[in-house]
Design a binder for this molecule. Structure first.
Ligand code: NAP
Length: 686
């Protein structure tokens, strides 16, 4: 087997799933993939790697590489590295992104560019897969082409290139600067044809009498396809190898309520000290302010930081899933997991997000994302546990190459969870072990701190809008966001106006810190700042302004730069968040310029009413350009990553172009430089 090193940098598991898929398919093409998360720098060493490298990298909403790639990228970006440091390395890179965001595939592009600058060369062209149109449109052909390129690479001498360095480990620091990886075994000749083993199944054309086939004018549903798919031959991936076995042991009498999922970072259990609704009852989206009492913990933060909230799955959804799996009577049993001794899965280990010895209900409540749309590999595995022929065919269609549009529309975009799927395919009865192999980790939800520790010692505030969206089961049925809906329910009886100090018994929640970022106030308070934050994107700026207020009290003689705030909401009288506080900051001179846009209020007869924050930005273009280009100011953007951040980016580029007379490309370059200098900072999520 010809070895290649396969690294993935994943944020939400997509890049990992693709890398695992590549790894599993490799053997059928005569290759052996050594698979690692890019953060596992003790397991590989690029400085001495002689085998080809394949990297799969995703991108966060801000256009940064995923958190797991931070230290790798930091290592690559060390400017003291010589330009030939990686001249021996041959690599292929697959970037994942979403073209609806500002910096498409930027995580991959950053790594690609730096590898090139350090002398590494492509053995295979870079692929950029776009989640907006369906990752598989690029991912599938990219993986198909990878085998030929690897074959060619090994045939032309394999391993490293002409510049391969001899064995001596270099002395400079590099990502994965650890023990040398084993030397790649050299190819010994032509590749044996393993195409016959290519793990693709060709499913025969469906019988036209199959219940799944419907006339063309009818739209496909999750349960039923329409021609041409319903009568097409299908290319379906092979079932992923099984690797877990599960024993359910004696029920736990009373499960100790403790930290939900031990993470690498500490988890704190904190009481809610206050909860208030910031919007009126007729607002389009309800927004809550939650205050946590962190005084009895070591949790610390600065304005601009974000933190994680751990939220459970809905009790009713867990119960339904238990019933669908016919495990309701064993919900309190302890789950004991083992790796199947004879598994075909390479490097199989117990999933880290499943703690030992907890009850089945606990795992389904706190550890596993049961709402996550099942990946195609999971659908494929479900086929083998589905009794009814029409249901099997439909599941095969949904995980097939031909059924990708149906999968995207009816599973992925519809937010179809495992429970929804099992309810639609009643003859599908997967074993628990299969679920534990495929259900991803229930991720904690990030929120920005909306307070200052100087202003409110021992307290931490955050703001959240309660998300509501149509349930995938039917238009009339509405689902609430997992965390926001849970918090809204938990705090229903706590909600009172902000100034009301009556105490109520406080529910407790679990939180953990998030890796520090650079979204902080400038060290030098005389630097002017521009803050752009529509909706709950305003949260961190409340923290900034509270902090600034305290600093101004402490340092009366000091010079403080101008503070510009661009806020946007839908209606002045319904969701103008922190209106009183902003007025107070203005009166104190802490907030020097405030511009608010109302996107759904009728025009009040002004010359050109601003609908969105970017309209006000454009209107104030000359002043803002001066702040950024002459006064060394900073611009902060917080809120929705998909539309708002992209439009604000465009507005800023237009302003720089117009005010500084720069061609558009040059204006974009200037913005990129501001980003690099950490003078254009984003805290954006979707
Ligand atoms: P939102 O839905 O983003 O809406 C706020 C305002 O922005 C509305 O007036 C909306 O107008 C307007 N808007 C819509 N499209 C826009 C665009 N392309 N450009 C500029 N403005 C636009 O508010 P939200 O519910 O508070 O959501 C905030 C977003 O910030 C979420 O994506 C959230 O994940 C993210 N976020 C939240 C936090 C936090 O701590 N809670 C922190 C960071 C980021 P119309 O609806 O009338 O079009």
């Amino acid at each position: 087997m010809r070895r290649f090193l396969l690294l993935y940098a994943t944020q939400k598991g997509q890049a990992k799933a693709i890398a695992e898929d590549i790894s599993e398919r490799a053997a059928a093409h005569g290759f052996c993939a050594e698979l690692h998360c890019i953060s596992e720098s003790d397991k590989y060493d690029l400085r001495t790697e002689t085998a080809p490298l394949v990297v799969v990298v995703s991108t966060t909403g801000t256009g940064d590489p995923p958190d797991t790639a931070r230290s790798f990228v930091r290592g690559l970006q060390d400017r003291t590295l010589p330009a030939n440091r990686l001249a021996h390395l041959r690599y292929g890179l697959l970037g994942l992104g979403d073209s609806e965001y500002t910096y498409f595939c930027n995580g991959g592009k950053v790594i690609d560019r730096r590898l090139q600058e350090l002398g590494a060369q492509h053995f295979y062209d870079t692929g950029h897969a776009d989640d907006c149109v369906g990752l598989e449109l690029v991912v599938e052909p990219w993986i198909e082409g990878l085998w030929a390129s690897l074959t060619k690479h090994f045939a032309s001498g394999g391993g490293g290139g002409e510049d391969t360095m001899p064995g001596d480990p270099p002395s400079d620091p590099m990502p994965g600067g650890l023990p040398a990886a084993p030397t790649a075994p050299q190819s010994t000749g032509a590749m044996t044809s393993l195409e016959s083993q290519l793990q693709l199944l060709h499913i025969d054309k469906a019988d036209s009498r199959t219940p799944g086939a419907l006339p063309t004018q009818v739209q496909a549903t999750l349960a039923c396809s329409v021609p041409p798919l319903s009568i097409a031959s299908l290319t379906v991936p092979a079932s992923p190898p099984r690797f877990l076995q599960v024993h359910l042991q004696d029920p736990l009498d009373q499960e100790e309520k403790q930290v939900p999922v031990p993470g690498p970072e500490p988890v704190f259990r904190v009481p809610v000290s206050k909860a208030a609704q910031l919007t009126t009852a007729d607002a389009v989206k309800a927004t809550l302010l939650v205050e946590l009492d962190i005084s009895q913990t070591d949790f610390s933060y600065q304005p601009g930081d974000a933190f994680n909230v751990f939220c459970p799955n809905r009790e009713a959804e867990v119960q339904e899933l238990l019933q669908l799996l016919q495990l309701a009577d064993r919900a309190e049993h302890r789950v004991i997991l083992e790796v199947l001794p004879d598994t075909q899965k390479k490097g199989a280990v117990l999933p880290q997000h499943i703690p030992e010895g907890r009850s089945l209900r606990f795992l389904l409540t706190w550890c596993l994302d049961i709402r996550a749309p099942p990946k195609k590999a999971f659908l494929r595995a479900l086929v083998d546990h589905t009794g009814q022929e029409a249901e099997r065919r439909r599941l095969q269609e949904l995980c097939s190459r031909q059924g990708a549009p149906d999968y995207n529309r009816l599973v992925r975009d519809a937010g179809m969870g495992l429970g929804d799927l099992l309810a639609t395919f009643p003859s599908c009865q997967p074993p628990l072990s299969l679920l534990l192999e495929h259900l991803p980790k229930l991720q904690p939800r990030p929120y920005s701190c909306a307070s200052s520790n100087l202003h409110l010692p021992g307290r931490l505030r955050f703001a959240l809008s309660i998300l509501e969206f149509p349930s995938p089961r039917g238009a009339a049925d509405v689902r609430r966001g997992l965390c926001s809906g849970w918090l809204a329910h938990l705090l229903e009886t706590q909600l009172r106006p902000l100034g009301d100090h009556r105490g109520n018994p406080s529910p407790e929640i679990f939180i953990s810190p998030r890796a520090t970022n650079s979204f902080h106030l400038p060290e030098d308070p005389s630097v002017p700042i521009i803050m752009v934050g529509p909706g709950t994107g305003l949260a961190p700026f409340i923290g900034f302004l509270e902090h600034r207020e305290k600093l101004q009290e402490k340092l009366p003689g000091a010079q403080f730069g101008a503070t510009w705030l661009f806020f946007g909401c839908r209606h002045k009288e319904r969701d103008y968040l922190f209106r009183d506080e902003l007025g107070r900051f203005q009166k104190l001179g802490v907030l020097t310029h405030l511009y608010v846009s109302f996107s759904r209020d009728p025009s009040t007869g002004e010359d050109a009413p601003a609908r969105y924050v970017q309209d006000n930005l454009r209107r104030l273009g000359p002043q803002l350009a001066r702040v950024l280009l002459q006064d060394n100011g900073r611009v902060y953007v917080c809120g929705d990553a998909k539309n708002m951040a992209k439009d604000v980016n465009e507005a800023l580029a237009d302003i720089l172009s117009r005010e500084a007379g720069l061609p558009s490309l040059e204006a974009l370059r200037t913005l990129a430089t501001l980003r690099e200098e950490k003078r254009y900072l984003q805290d954006v999520w979707s």
